[in-house]
Design a protein around this ligand. Structure first.
Ligand SMILES: *Cc1c(COP(=O)(O)O)cnc(C)c1O
Length: 394
C-alpha cells in the first residue's frame, strides 16, 4: 500500500462524518459531481412513493392542507435557513435559481430607489445570472456593468443600485469574500444580492451575520434535492415589507383564496412565492434534507477543506509536473468545495475518467472539475481519483 492510500485509510477512519455516506445510494464509482447533481439520499424513493401513492393518489386535494403541501415552501425554507446562517422566516423555496435571480435582482433595484441607475454583475458568473441581469437592467431602465468581484469595491458609487455576485465561482471553485464585499456594497448605499449555488450546503455563509440583503441558491447541488429541485430565495427580514416582487403571483398574495383582482402582497417570506409550488420536487427536497439532521455546517467545511487539500496533494504527488494546473486557490479562505484543474484535452480526459469510474465534469474551455461533497465523499475517493487521473495522463 502506498503512503497516500494508507493516509486516506487513516483519514477516513478518523472522519466523524464518515457514517453519513451510508445515508446515500452510492456504489463504487468515485462520484465527484455533487456540485452539479447531488447524490440520492437512500430514503427519498420511499418517501416520494408515499407522496405519490397516498398523498396524491388517496388524499388528492385534501393534501394541500392535510399533508402540509400549501405551507411547504416556507417550511422547507426554514430547514435550509440554518445551513446558510439565516434565522427562520426569511427563506422560501420554489422556482428555479434563474427565476429567483430575476426576483431578487429586480426586487433589489426597486428597493434601491430611482436615483440609483446602475447594476453591477459578476462578469465571471454562471451564464444564466448574467443573462437575467441584462434583462433585469433593461426592464428597470438601469445600465448594467459586468466586472470581476475584485473590481466591485472600486466601481461602487452613489449611482449603484444593486450588485449580483457569486459566492463561489462555478468554474474555478474560487470563494469570494462575502463579508467584505457586502460591507463595501452597503457603504455605497447599494444592495447586495448573492448567488449561493456553490456554497449552500458546502460551507458556512452567514447571511444574517453579514447583513446580506437578498440571496438565491440551488438545492440540487450540495443539498441533494434531486434533478431540478426548486431553488431558494432569501429576503432579509427588515427588507421584506418593502420587497416588491416583479413576479407577484397569486401564491404571494396576502389572501390567495380571496381571489381579489387587486394585488396585496403577503408579509414575510411568502412574498417571494409566485404560483403553485412543484410539490413532487419540493417534497423530494424536504426528505433529502433529513440527511442533515445532527450535522453542523462547520464540520462539513472542515472536512471539505481536508478533502480538497488531500486531493491536491495526491494530484501533485502522482502527476508529472506541468500536466495539470490547479486553478482553485490553494488558500483555504478563497476555496469553495471543488477543485478545478486546467488540463490539455480536458474534455477527452474527463470522458476517459468517467469510463474508469471517476465522475467529475468538464467546463469549457479546458477545465476538469471535481466537486467534493463532505457528506459522502471519502478520502479514499480523493486518492483514487488522483491516481486514476495520473494514470490516464501518464
Ligand atoms: C447551477 C447554477 C445555476 C442554475 O440555475 P438554474 O435556474 O437552476 O438552472 C445558476 N447560477 C449558478 C451560479 C449556478 O451554479
Amino acid at each position: 500500500m502506498s503512503e497516500l492510500t494508507l493516509r486516506a485509510k487513516q483519514l477516513d477512519a478518523a472522519d466523524e462524518l464518515a457514517p453519513l455516506r451510508s445515508r446515500f445510494a452510492l456504489d463504487d464509482v468515485v462520484y465527484l459531481d455533487g456540485n452539479s447533481l447531488g447524490a440520492l439520499p437512500a430514503h427519498v424513493p420511499d418517501r416520494l412513493a408515499d407522496v405519490v401513492r397516498r398523498e396524491w393518489g388517496e388524499l388528492r386535494i385534501r393534501s394541500w392542507t392535510e399533508s402540509g403541501w400549501w405551507t411547504a415552501p416556507e417550511r422547507i425554507g426554514d430547514r435550509i435557513a440554518p445551513l446558510v446562517g439565516a434565522a427562520p422566516g426569511q427563506v422560501v423555496v420554489g422556482d428555479s435559481t434563474s427565476v429567483n435571480v430575476f426576483k431578487a435582482l429586480v426586487g433589489a433595484v426597486r428597493l434601491a430607489g430611482d436615483d440609483r441607475t446602475e447594476i453591477l454583475v459578476d462578469a465571471t458568473t454562471f451564464p444564466t445570472d448574467g443573462y437575467i441581469a441584462e434583462s433585469a437592467a433593461r426592464l428597470t431602465g438601469r445600465t448594467l456593468r459586468a466586472l470581476t468581484p475584485e473590481e466591485v469595491p472600486g466601481a461602487l458609487g452613489p449611482r449603484t443600485a444593486a450588485v449580483l455576485l457569486n459566492h463561489v465561482d462555478y468554474r474555478t471553485g474560487r470563494l469570494h469574500d462575502l463579508p467584505s464585499l457586502t460591507a463595501a456594497i452597503h457603504a455605497a448605499g447599494a444592495l447586495a444580492v448573492w448567488d449561493l449555488c456553490h456554497s449552500a450546503g458546502a460551507l458556512p455563509v452567514g447571511l444574517d451575520e453579514h447583513g446580506v440583503d437578498l440571496a438565491v441558491g440551488c438545492t440540487y447541488k450540495y443539498l441533494n434535492g434531486g434533478p431540478g429541485s426548486p431553488a431558494f430565495l432569501y429576503v432579509r427580514r427588515e427588507l421584506q415589507p418593502r420587497f416588491d416582487s416583479p413576479l407577484p403571483g397569486w401564491n404571494s398574495h396576502a389572501d390567495p383564496f380571496g381571489m381579489s383582482p387587486d394585488y396585496a402582497p403577503a408579509p414575510g417570506a411568502v412574498r417571494g412565492r409566485v404560483g403553485t409550488p412543484d410539490i413532487l420536487s419540493m417534497l423530494a427536497l424536504e426528505a433529502a434534507l433529513d440527511v442533515w439532521e445532527g450535522v453542523g455546517i462547520d464540520a462539513v467545511r472542515a472536512k471539505s477543506l481536508a478533502l480538497t487539500d488531500f486531493f491536491l496533494e495526491c494530484v501533485s504527488a502522482y502527476t508529472e509536473p506541468g500536466r495539470v494546473e490547479p486553478v482553485t486557490p490553494a488558500e483555504h479562505g478563497r476555496r469553495g468545495s471543488q477543485v478545478s484543474l486546467r488540463c490539455a484535452d480536458a474534455g477527452e480526459v474527463m470522458k476517459r475518467l468517467i469510463e474508469e469510474g471517476v465522475v467529475g465534469d468538464f467546463r469549457q474551455p479546458d477545465v476538469l472539475r471535481f466537486g467534493f461533497t463532505p457528506l459522502y465523499t471519502t478520502f479514499a475517493d480523493a486518492e483514487r481519483a488522483a491516481r486514476t487521473l495520473a494514470a490516464l495522463l501518464g
